[in-house]
Design a protein around this ligand. Sequence first.
Ligand code: HEC
Length: 135
Amino acid sequence: MNKWLLITGCVASFSAFAAAPQELLRQYEAQARQENAAFAGFSAARGATFFKTERTRSDGQTASCATCHTADPRNPGRTRANKVIEPLAPVANPLRFTDPAKVEKWFGRNCKDVLERACTAQEKGDFIQYLIDLK
Ligand code: HEC
């Protein structure tokens, strides 16, 4: 293999590699700045409120992130079909927030489920900040 192929091969395998939650937060930070010029950082306290806030959906049902992930995201949760969900907090589950594609997929599904819209980068960052700060 020539040198160039070796280098591009390394870059490709590196980008497919798991990122640290902090790395993901920096990506959401860049996005949040684009969405809002007045962006002033992420807040674990705001993330905690976001996590617990019950919202009434258009079908009349109430839901929050805690509905499935429980009030303490260090604990395993349950889907509405009663399937176990591994804990969301990295302290209890180190794989959380290390796979950007998985994170985006589930923000997409769950924000739509609970808020009936996409989450903003600010909301995603606050949420992750809250979870990674849990000890
Ligand atoms: C209807 C149940 C349900 C609700 C409500 C719910 N989730 Fe989830 N969530 C899941 C399931 C199922 C998974 C994927 C299974 C797994 O990863 O263990 C998941 C995984 C995730 C992940 C992936 C994290 C990672 O790194 O693996 C994120 C992010 C997430 N949820 C965010 C949210 C947010 C934000 C809310 C509230 C707006 C929310 N969820 C509400 C069921 C739910």
